[in-house]
Design a protein around this ligand. Structure first.
Ligand SMILES: [Zn+2]
Length: 284
C-alpha cells in the first residue's frame, strides 16, 4: 500500500502562517496564509482569480446564505448530527504519545480523536483496537524502528530536517493510517506527526482536520481488509484502480472536516483555502 504518499498530499496543501495583523476581507495580501482578528474572527489569504486576497466568513442568518453555503451547512449539520453521545461500543483507543509534544496540543489531538471516535465507532460491527500515535521530529528513532511506520519513514526526512532547523512548523502531517495485522492481531493504526516546536497557535485551519482524516482511513481500510491481504499490482495505479482517490481522499476530507471544524464559518473558510490551494482560484 502506498499510504505514505497519500499522507504527503495533505502536507503540501498547508501554507506558511504569517504573523500579519488582520485586514479587511477582499483587501490584497502578498502570501497565502491565515490570520485572526482581534474579535477572534479567522481570515485567510487565498488566490482569487490569480490575485491574493483576504477572505473571511462572518456569521450570517440562514436566509442570508448563498445556495452554495446552504448546501455546505446541510452537509456540516448532517455529519455532526451523526456524532453519538453514547459510550463507545466497539472502539478501544490505545495511545502512543511523544513526550516532546506540547501539553496543549496533546490535549487538542486527544479531543479530536475522541470526537471522531463518537462518529466512527458506529462504522464498526465488532470490538476493534485503534492505536493512535502523536509523534514529533524528536521521535525519529521510534518511527524508523517501528514495525509499521519504519518502512515509510524516509517520506518524512524533509520534515524532520525542516523542523530540526525551526522552519515549516505550521504543518501537521499524517504519520500512519492502516488497518493491518500486527502482533498476530488485525488492528487499526492512525496518527500524526508534528514539530516538537509547534504550538496550537502556530497551526493553521488545515491542520485541524488531519487527526480525524487519517483516522477515517482506518475505517476504510477495515472494510477492505480482506482485499488488502491479497496485495495490489506494483504500479503507480494498482492501488488507485481499486480505491480511486476521489473515494478515499474525498470521503476522508468530507467527514473529517465536518467533524473537526468548530464553527460553520471555519468550515466554509477551510473549503475556500482547500479549493484555492488546489485550483488557484476562488469559487464560488
Ligand atoms: Zn488521506
Amino acid at each position: 500500500m502506498r499510504v505514505g504518499r497519500v499522507f504527503l498530499c495533505l502536507a503540501v496543501l498547508g501554507s506558511s502562517i504569517l504573523a500579519i495583523s488582520p485586514v479587511q476581507a477582499s483587501e490584497a495580501c502578498k502570501f497565502v496564509g491565515e490570520a485572526k482578528g482581534p474579535d477572534g474572527k479567522q481570515s485567510a489569504c487565498v488566490r482569487v482569480n490569480g490575485n491574493y486576497s483576504w477572505i473571511n466568513y462572518p456569521k450570517k442568518k440562514i436566509n442570508k446564505l448563498s445556495s452554495y453555503e446552504k448546501t455546505k451547512l446541510k452537509a456540516y449539520q448532517e455529519i455532526r448530527k451523526a456524532i453519538s453521545k453514547k459510550p463507545l461500543q466497539n472502539i478501544k483507543l490505545q495511545y502512543s504519545i511523544s513526550e516532546s509534544i506540547s501539553s496543549e496540543l496533546k490535549k487538542e489531538f486527544i479531543q479530536k480523536t475522541e470526537i471522531a471516535s463518537q462518529l466512527y465507532d458506529q462504522f464498526f460491527t465488532q470490538p476493534e483496537i485503534i492505536n493512535v500515535y502523536f509523534q514529533t521530529n524528536k521521535d525519529q528513532n521510534y518511527i524508523r524502528n517501528h514495525p509499521l511506520m519504519g518502512r515509510d519513514a524516509s517520506d518524512f526526512d524533509q520534515w524532520f530536517k525542516d523542523w530540526d532547523t525551526g522552519t515549516n512548523r505550521n504543518h501537521l502531517i499524517g504519520l500512519i493510517a492502516k488497518y493491518v495485522e500486527f502482533d498476530g492481531k488485525a488492528q487499526g493504526h492512525t496518527g500524526v506527526l508534528i514539530s516538537a516546536g509547534s504550538s496550537k497557535a502556530s497551526l493553521g485551519l488545515y491542520a485541524q482536520q488531519v487527526v480525524a482524516h487519517e483516522y477515517f482511513h482506518v475505517i476504510q481500510d477495515r472494510y477492505k481488509y480482506q482485499r488488502d491481504k491479497l496485495g495490489y499490482e506494483i504500479s503507480p495505479t494498482g492501488f488507485d484502480r481499486y480505491y480511486p482517490p476521489i473515494f478515499r481522499e474525498g470521503s476522508a476530507n468530507t467527514i473529517a472536516t465536518a467533524v473537526s471544524m468548530r464553527t460553520f464559518e471555519d468550515y466554509l473558510l477551510f473549503y475556500q483555502i482547500f479549493i484555492s490551494a488546489n485550483t488557484g482560484t476562488w469559487s464560488p
